[in-house]
Design a protein around this ligand. Structure first.
Ligand SMILES: [Fe+2]
Ligand SMILES: [Fe+2]
Length: 289
């Protein structure tokens, strides 16, 4: 790793926390404070995780051979974390289905997007993963930094989202470091052009697909038309305004010298560790791949 000037903190340890959520009782249909739009956007996001994060793992692991040992270790821990996230979101999505939501349209959209990306060269899949991991990390940062995002949410569901957010912040540099390693012989301009193009594309797809997904779930709750749009856009852009709050961090991706760890948010990890009282299970974590 010494060949790469990486701001990933040298003492950072990526630690899979093998936890399970919401297995003991049914999750209320409108688990997010009884609010249709808040429940819908988080459910729409959760629908992407099982397949999406398996794709991230595949894309990063394709470049693991020959990687410096420290990066190879990080990739291993990243793989384990994402595998457990997939398992927990799969269970969360099943609970949403048990509560009466039909997620099939949303799942189909994820599969269509992934099929297109998988048809491209592996470096494009890595670039898409690196861009989406930045996206995920800044959402996660915001979720942890401002408790209003999960205000009123069902306890187990909020715990799941916070736990996932912590691990996304913790491993936010892995896909990016893999990308820097995989493109180490590229001229800077070529690297920037591909990463910028891919970020613009995945952001457009993310916003379009998650909005459509959330509106579809809101329709299943009987909220449609202008009222649906107003509720959803207010939630995303005004109050609590997740998209507005991550806009600056999203833009930073395009600046020269960008690296996810230019923002050191390990205080969020420490605050989470101090707040969690459950004991981590001792059993061995099953690997994804
Ligand atoms: Fe994840
Ligand atoms: Fe991730």
């Amino acid at each position: 790793m010494s060949a790469l000037p990486l701001p990933t903190p040298a003492e950072l340890r990526i630690t899979p926390r093998d936890r399970r959520f919401g297995r003991d009782a049914a999750t209320p249909r409108l688990w997010h404070g009884g609010r249709v739009e808040a429940t819908a956007i988080y459910n729409a996001l959760s629908t992407t995780f099982p397949k999406g994060e398996a794709f991230f793992v595949e894309s990063v692991r394709a470049f693991r051979d020959g990687a410096p040992p420290a990066l190879a270790e990080e990739i291993k821990a990243f793989t384990t974390q994402e595998a457990i996230h997939s398992r927990e979101h799969d269970a969360f999505n099943k609970r949403a289905a048990d509560a009466g939501y039909d997620l099939s349209k949303l799942e189909q959209r994820v599969e269509e997007r992934l099929a297109i990306t998988k048809g491209r060269p592996p470096i494009v899949s890595l670039a898409a993963t690196m861009a989406l991991e930045h996206f995920t990390a800044i959402l996660a940062h915001q979720l942890l930094a401002d408790p209003r995002h999960l205000q009123g949410a069902d306890r187990e569901s909020a715990d799941l989202w916070r736990w996932h957010a912590v691990e996304e912040v913790e491993h936010k540099g892995v896909a990016y470091d893999t990308w820097l390693y995989a493109t180490r012989h590229w001229p800077r301009s070529k690297r920037w052009k591909l990463k910028a193009r891919v970020m613009l594309l995945v952001t457009r797809n993310f916003v379009v697909d998650r909005t459509a997904g959330a509106l579809e779930l809101m329709r299943q709750d009987g909220v449609t038309g202008l009222r649906g749009w107003r509720l959803l856009l207010t939630h995303l852009w005004v109050r609590p305004g997740m998209f507005r709050k991550i806009a600056g961090a999203w833009l930073s991706f395009f600046l020269p010298g960008f690296h996810p760890w230019n923002v050191d948010d390990r205080h969020l990890l420490a605050a989470y560790a101090a707040s969690v009282t459950v004991e981590e299970p001792k059993r061995k974590v099953r690997r994804a791949v």
